[in-house]
Design a protein. Structure first.
Length: 143
């Protein structure tokens, strides 16, 4: 777990892609911070208001595939529904499924500066592990 950082995530370079390393005291916080990391790669943080809520459900065969499914569901909201997100709350999480409430608003290019474009969340270098008093995840996104 990275000490001293208030963000709960960091971005790292991968050849032709970007990586997100997230951490949390528990798995729900880990998944929330991974989502925050994903959004930091797409829309300028702090520009989105929590105007509308969305219920998200995701499933995977284990924690790692569940993390990819979760992040891809969020990416779907951005790409297809044209929604920018700012708040993430995991309400139920087990080994193979999660439910969450996320909040955001319709994308408005005049207020939501684009930071970059994420095409997909991948399985490359994917891992979730227990570290010290918490959890750490690493996931690579195709940009």
């Amino acid at each position: 777990m990275t000490e001293g950082s208030a963000t709960g995530f960091e971005i790292f370079a991968v050849t032709a892609d970007k990586g997100i390393r997230a951490w949390g005291r528990d798995l729900p916080e880990l998944f929330v911070n991974a989502a925050r990391g994903l959004w930091s790669l797409m829309v300028e943080p702090g520009t989105v208001r929590p105007v509308r809520g969305f219920l998200i459900r995701a499933e995977g065969s284990d924690r790692e595939t569940l993390l990819v499914a979760w992040l891809n569901e969020l990416l779907y909201l951005y790409e297809v529904e044209r929604v920018a997100l700012t708040e993430f709350a995991v309400t139920r999480l087990d080994e193979e499924s999660l439910e969450a409430t996320v909040k955001g608003e319709p994308v408005d290019r005049s207020r939501h500066p684009v930071v970059g474009h994420v095409k997909a969340v991948t399985y490359h270098l994917l891992q979730i592990r227990h570290v010290g008093a918490g959890w750490e995840a690493q996931v690579v996104v195709d940009v």
